[in-house]
Write a protein that binds this ligand. Structure first.
Ligand code: PEP
Length: 262
């Protein structure tokens, strides 16, 4: 079965840029990509602003016919009700979100998100028509104790438990030690984990899903190292934190096919 996966370059803004700054940023990114004649059919682009920016981003994207996708950085496991401070996937869908990050290591670490909660959030995302970008990755301690793939594989198995065959997901492999550290994994290290992650998708969601699911690498991705990751057969894009907040860097990452041979 030959399936081509459209690469996805996704920018996680974390808790940066308010709604006014988001408008200016999205306009500038759009101009930069339009100037460069970026072909969105060959490399898909998505941004993940804070919740409070989403309505402004939606309005701008529809008014200016902007071709990139956007999503939220988290969602509630619940559809509605007495859950103060939570945001339902239904609200995100109503704002035109296509994607939602689930289980980012900062949510696991600072908000105590467990594998069970993450599995419930993945189900909630799918129930509301959102594609969950399921983040998995080992800490430096996990790496030393269990090797690179054991923890991400276990996290992904837990996140996918109970999903129907063929469910539409994206996986982001993000070694925790590489996030924001300036010390990215090597492309070979990332591929060594991406391969067993694809096998998990195959076991749980079936071979067709394994063939079409995009697996992103995240952790200190920049313009100078993106091409190496994109040469690996099981890596289909990147989840970018810090560099996604700089127009020149992010657009150079998106245009990796142009400035370096892949
Ligand atoms: C992230 O937070 O998902 C991330 C990959 O951050 P950075 O690119 O800054 O390492």
């Amino acid at each position: 079965m030959v399936v081509t996966r459209t690469p996805l370059i996704a920018g996680n803004w974390k808790m940066n840029l308010d709604h006014l700054q988001a408008i200016a940023f999205v306009q500038k990114l759009d101009w930069a990509l339009k100037d460069a004649k970026h072909d969105f059919a060959s490399v898909e682009v998505a941004v993940f602003p804070p919740f409070t920016d989403l309505r402004s981003v939606q309005t701008l994207v529809s008014a200016d016919k902007i071709e990139f996708a956007y999503g939220a950085q988290d969602l509630s496991a619940h559809a509605s009700g007495a859950y103060t401070g939570e945001i339902s996937g239904a609200f995100l869908s109503a704002l035109g979100c296509g994607y939602v990050l689930v289980g980012h290591s900062e949510r696991r670490q600072y908000h105590g998100e467990t594998d069970e909660l993450i599995a419930a959030k993945v189900k909630a995302a799918i129930a509301h028509g959102l594609v969950p970008v399921i983040c998995v990755g080992e800490t430096a301690g996990d790496l030393e104790e269990h090797g690179a793939s054991a923890v991400p594989v276990a996290q992904l198995e837990a996140a996918l438990a109970g999903l129907p065959k063929g469910a539409d997901i994206v996986v982001a492999y993000e070694p925790v030690w590489a996030i924001g550290s300036g010390q990215a994994a090597t492309p070979e290290q990332a591929e060594q984990v991406a391969l067993p992650l694809r096998a998990v998708v195959g076991r749980v969601l079936g071979d067709a899903a394994a063939a079409k699911t995009r697996i992103l690498y995240g952790g200190s991705v920049g313009a100078s190292n993106i091409a190496g990751f994109m040469r690996e057969p099981n890596i289909d894009g990147a989840l970018v934190g810090g560099a996604s907040l700089k127009i020149n860097d992010f657009s150079a990452i998106i245009r990796y096919q142009k400035h370096v041979g892949v």
